[in-house]
Design a protein around this ligand. Structure first.
Ligand code: FO1
Length: 327
């Protein structure tokens, strides 16, 4: 092989907000410009004050252009919340915290949508103006809403997760509108044509669920498998390492409640059970190695790695593990 030949590796990662965004930046660094595509969940999206908010798209966008608040995991670093303070003064309960700089994204997105642009066109514009060299695709341009049926009533995802702190008992999770949703332009081609597809370390019910429920996505994953393409899943559950950060504990409580509603325990092996048949390789956290045999019995090739991306260099190391699964 010509040692100067440039090898293009196309990687597509499917996922949600915080977990996916922590891996997206190091994966993008390890690849060339334009080689990484993210297919992102939109079931958490909401209308608030007449604005369209897309948390998972924005969390990844901010992570990739260096704007994201690392501590919180979402929103813009150093943002102020003066508009929220004023809303409270005006008698609004302002339970969903939109930062003053973050509001600019929602204002522009909503204006462009009202002028007739699709969500993927708006997202492509934001990617370009913020200098991001990753393709960000909402899984669909159609509105899909994750609905949480709890023992005390039905809530939107953000009402359940933020307003009610993931405390009510979850009885059922639905993706309203998913059955009739059309995959956004480029979504299916990016899955079928990728050298590597990654099912990111994202909540299997809240984040991967709406993506996999979009017509054509599981078929595209099946088609690439039949053609010999590799799909790797990275666990979103790590039980062998104690969770200390309150934000992580909140997300784990939400994930456990949603998995329980589907009849699964909050374990890495259960994530494998939920994604059985969709991937060849399962990246399991080394701290949960006792679950490797169960995952192997489900048909996965198990790779153990450090998947908790809470220290410098961890994301880069995990990106290298993922790319090492390429034939
Ligand atoms: N998460 C919170 O826990 N509280 C908030 O007030 C909040 C506001 C918010 C605003 C914009 C945004 O892009 C994300 C925001 N998040 C907030 C995060 C979000 O609720 C979730 O992390 C995702 O939807 C789950 O992927």
């Amino acid at each position: 092989m010509d040692p100067w030949e440039t090898v293009v590796v196309r990687v597509t990662m499917l996922g949600g907000g915080i977990g996916c965004s922590r891996l997206a930046a190091p994966l993008a660094e390890a690849l060339g410009p334009g080689e990484l595509t993210l297919v992102l969940n939109t079931g958490d999206d909401l209308w608030r004050y007449g604005l369209r908010i897309c948390p998972d798209l924005d969390t990844n966008l901010y992570a990739l252009c260096g704007l994201r608040d690392r501590e919180r995991g979402w929103g813009v670093a150093g943002d102020s919340f003066r508009a929220m303070e004023q809303l409270r003064r005006l008698g609004d309960d302002a339970w969903f915290n939109l930062g003053d700089l973050d509001l600019a994204t929602h204002l522009l997105r909503t204006a462009m949508l009202r002028e007739g642009a699709s969500l993927s066109e708006v997202t492509a514009h934001l990617v370009t103006v913020l200098g991001v060299e990753v393709n960000l695709l909402p899984v669909t341009d159609d509105e899909v809403a994750t609905r949480i049926v709890t023992s005390t009533g039905e809530l939107s995802f953000q009402e359940y997760f933020v307003q009610h702190r993931a405390e009510p008992e979850v009885v059922e999770v639905r993706y309203d509108g998913a059955g009739a949703a059309r995959p956004a332009p480029g979504v299916l081609a990016s899955i079928e044509g990728a050298d590597l597809v990654v099912l990111g370390p994202s909540n299997p019910v809240a984040s991967l669920g709406p993506i996999l429920a979009t017509p054509g996505v599981t078929e595209a994953l099946g088609a690439r498998r039949r053609a010999g393409g590799i799909t790797v899943t990275v666990t979103s559950v790590v039980n062998g390492i104690p969770i200390e950060a309150p934000g992580e504990a909140h997300r784990a409580r939400c994930r456990a409640a949603m998995m329980a509603a589907r009849g699964f325990e909050h374990r890495a092996a259960s994530v494998g059970g939920m994604l059985e048949g969709l991937a060849e390789v399962f990246v399991l956290d080394a701290a949960d190695c006792a679950e490797a045999a169960e995952l192997a019995a489900l048909g996965f090739r198990v790779v153990e790695a450090e998947t908790v991306l809470d220290a410098p260099g961890r994301g880069e190391a995990l990106a290298a593990v993922l790319l090492s699964t390429l034939p």
